[in-house]
Design a protein around this ligand. Sequence first.
Ligand SMILES: Nc1ncnc2c1ncn2[C@@H]1O[C@H](COP(=O)(O)OP(=O)(O)O)[C@@H](O)[C@H]1O
Ligand SMILES: [Mg+2]
Length: 258
Amino acid sequence: MARRLGRKKRPSREAHMLKEQLKIDSGIFDDQTMVYLSKFFNKGVMSRLGFIIARGKEAEVYVAEAGDAEVAKGAKYVIMKFYRVETSSFLNMTDYIIGDPRFSKVSKSKHAIINTWCKKEYGNLEIARLAGANAPKPYMFNGTILAMEFIGSDEGVPAPHLKDAVLEDPEHVMNSIIGQIRRLYLRELVHADLSEYNVLMKGSTPYMIDFGQAVVLRHPNAMRFLRRDVENIVRYFSKHYGIERSAEDVLKYVTGPA
Ligand SMILES: Nc1ncnc2c1ncn2[C@@H]1O[C@H](COP(=O)(O)OP(=O)(O)O)[C@@H](O)[C@H]1O
Ligand SMILES: [Mg+2]
C-alpha cells in the first residue's frame, strides 16, 4: 500500500516542477501526460510548448519550439501530438490495430490501446519516410505523445490543408499525391484516412499527415482502405478542379508492378 502511494506521489511533484519550468498552466495536462512530456524536454526534442493548432476527438496538436536533440537537427519547431485518453474513440481504433500483424499481442485496456496507437503512428511515419513519401519525420514517441517534423513556414505558421489551398497546378499536385500513395503501397503501407483534410500544402508540395490509422497490406481491410483513399482524392480534384480521372485507373497504377 505504502509503495503504491509513493509511486503515485512522485509524478505529481515532477509534474509540478515541469509545469513551472515549461510555464505550462496547471490544468491543461494531467500529471501522467506531464511525466510523458518531461522526456521530450529532457531529450531536447522540444524546449517550449507553443500554441495549440488542432483539438480533435483523438488528439490535441501543438506547435513547440525545438530543442537541441540530434533527431530534430535544424528544426526550429516541432509538432507535439497528444493523444487523448478520455475521448478517443478507441473502439474504432481497435479495428485498425486488431488485424495488423505488427500489433497482435496488444492488451485491450484503453490506456494500452492509446499507447499502441501513438507508437503505431510513429512506426507508420517511419515507413512513409523510407518509402520516400512526403510526410513529417517522426522524432520520438513516449506514452500518449508523439513528436514530429513541423510542416509549415519558418515563422511557425502551419501549412494549410489541401481543402483550403488554392492550387496553381492542381494536376501536378494530384499526380504527386497519387505517386505518394504508390510509394506507400510499394512499402506495403496504406494511409487509410486520406482526404483533403490530411494533406497539407507546403508551398506547392503536398504532405500527407495523420498516420495513426495507416495499416500494412496484410491487414484484411487494406485494399478496401486503399480504394477509399484513392476515391477521396479523385473525387476532390474532380469536384474542385474539374480533373476527371477514373479511380479504377488510378488504383491500377498504384498497385501496378514496380
Ligand atoms: N506535422 C504537422 N505539421 C503541421 N501541422 C500539423 C502536423 N500534424 C498535424 N498538424 C495539424 O493538426 C491537425 C490535426 O492533426 P492530425 O494528425 O490530422 O490529427 P487528427 O487525428 O486529430 O485529425 C492537422 O489537420 C493539421 O492542421
Ligand atoms: Mg487529421
